[in-house]
Ligand binder design. Sequence first.
Ligand code: PHE
Length: 464
Amino acid sequence: MVERETWATRTGFILAAVGSAVGLGNIWRFPFVTGEGGGAAFLLIYLLFVALVGFPAILVEFVVGRKTERNPVGALIELGGDAWKYVGGVFVLTGFVILSFYSVVAGWFIRYFLEGFRGSYATHLEGYEAAAAEAGVSTAEVMFGELSTGLDAFFFHTIFMLLTIGIVALGIRRGIELAVKTMVPAIIVLLVGLAIWAFTLPGSGAGYDYYLSPEFGVIVDNWQTLLPAAAGQAFFTLSLGMGVMITYASYLGEDRNLATDGVTIIGFDTGIAFLTGLVVFPIFFAADITPGEGGAGEIFVSMTSAFADVTGGHIIGLVFFGIVAIAALSSAISLLEVVTAYVIDEKGVERWKAALGMGGIIYLLGVPVTYDLVFLDLLDGFADGILLVFGALMLVLLVGWITPKFAVQELEKGIGDLGGLGTAWIWAIRVPILVVLVVSLYLGVVEYVEFLTEDFADWIDANL
Ligand code: PHE
């Protein structure tokens, strides 16, 4: 085997990890999952989950990666023994499933980016207005309906997957670092600007209420749906539960302070998601749209109806959709990297062949999503509600119960003596976090089975 590469610059690791974390999870998935969870109630559970489970869990992946310097499958085998290769196999499968629908959604962003060059959103295309009036919905909703499936979606899924495969095949690391360095500040500036603008819209006030003031009764009544939804969203947005952070930490040549790195990554990721909510919900309430009903189209509908309303909105729009597409690319790269690194390390295949072969299969798996969005729920629900939570659970089990000794020592490298904190971390993952994950996984499975036997079964009856 060739000697493993390490990050080119001191900040390379942080940049790549932030690039992986910040993506469609923050901008696309967070607002609609929050809407489905009733707004503020979901936000609160989600934030608690990120702080109390996400942070300890990211440290688990970091220590496993830096200690073993292997791909996730190899890392698990080294620590736990041969049987753990099956868990590693689940990681690779998760990468397959997530990237397949991720690429389709990212393709929508490219499509909307290009749409910005054609003038105002949602107004110029023949038929949108008539069709909207007829269906009693906004033009923005008709537009999303038209673009989210069919040839458009198929074409841009293809483009996005080709870009991802190309970058992973060439192993360009410096490109990623540069992209993240410009993208993250740009996205923050843009979201802050949009949030301020949304604040000025008449009627937006109700949006803050909806998003920011939780009712505890609602949480108590709905915890069985809120918890698995928050778990799935937290792991998805932080790129946890499938070995991305193991892979990235495995390239760490130096003893960094992993705890502060974890806080930095989580801080950026959570901040950007939170900001997105400050843009989307006020816009929704100002435009009289009920959050939570638009599903995967939520961000597109809210943004385009806003951009269509202001002068020069298409320029802001194309910048917005363009930046998110870049953010999606840096996340997609990390997904394909896990799958590719596994094939390279464990099967000895050349990098470009591995990237092309695996990317090709993932691409095909995504194609049904461009046909009907029910396949988005099918793949997304399985990956986020079940696979990621399962992956995180297994890692916590391995590090907490089977090999706890190395973990504290590894975490102390770059930090110094942790004293009681190291033990507190181990015990947190051993018992409370483990229990929360088991419960989340159970509830996630129940929900997914419900989806399969109801919505999906109905779809099959109606279409096949
Ligand atoms: N965290 C990425 C996002 O929020 C998605 C992702 C999930 C990437 C899992 C890698 C692994 O868009």
